[in-house]
Design a protein around this ligand. Structure first.
Ligand SMILES: Cc1cc2nc3c(=O)[nH]c(=O)nc-3n(C[C@H](O)[C@H](O)[C@H](O)COP(=O)(O)O)c2cc1C
Length: 154
């Protein structure tokens, strides 16, 4: 399994934090790199959640969430949101959108999502959402993840 994980890790990706509000009304975030664009019309994107995540039920049952593509200077936030626990974001790390969905401040791009399909797939579930709003900061460099390490574009 480690060998397959290492082979998957050859695929250089960006890093995202998926955000939403928990049952106590607090902004939470989880680090992922399984983000993929799916469709332009209708606008769809996906990510996958591991079945053994402590927050599995939360993410499979949260209708409104956001996928935030992290900037090169946000490796610390990525590490924070990859730790098991309550995943609650600190003051100033996110701000609510007009629709009340927390968005990561300083992200390269943000996609506000409405969950439309949950597809079981092995040890993960694929969450497909429709993009309802998005932002794009063209001039901000993205964080890159490759072979288990954070990198920046040359
Ligand atoms: C770069 C990176 C990418 C990750 N991608 C995913 C992912 O796509 N899906 C996922 O479920 N977990 C992913 N994780 C792991 C989660 O961030 C981590 O397992 C989770 O936050 C652990 O806490 P939990 O059990 O409370 O979910 C990734 C972690 C890192 C550092």
């Amino acid at each position: 399994m480690k060998a397959l994980r290492n082979a998957f890790g050859q695929f250089a990706t960006g890093v995202c934090v998926v955000t939403a509000t928990n049952s106590s009304g607090k902004a939470v975030g989880v680090t992922i790199n399984s983000f993929s664009s799916v469709s332009l019309d209708p606008p769809l994107a996906l990510w996958s959640i591991q079945n053994n995540s402590d927050m599995f039920e939360h993410w499979c049952n949260t209708e409104r969430y956001a996928i935030n593509i992290l900037a090169a200077d946000q490796a610390g936030l990525s590490g924070q949101c990859a730790k098991p626990g309550d995943h609650v974001l600190q003051e100033g790390q996110s701000a609510p959108s007009d629709n009340g969905v927390p968005l990561i401040q300083g992200a390269v791009a943000t996609f506000e999502m409405k969950l439309v399909q949950v597809v079981p797939a092995g040890d993960h579930h694929i969450l497909i959402g429709e993009i309802t709003e998005y932002t794009n900061n063209e001039d901000v460099a993205p964080l890159v993840f490759h072979k288990g390490q954070y990198r920046a574009l040359a």
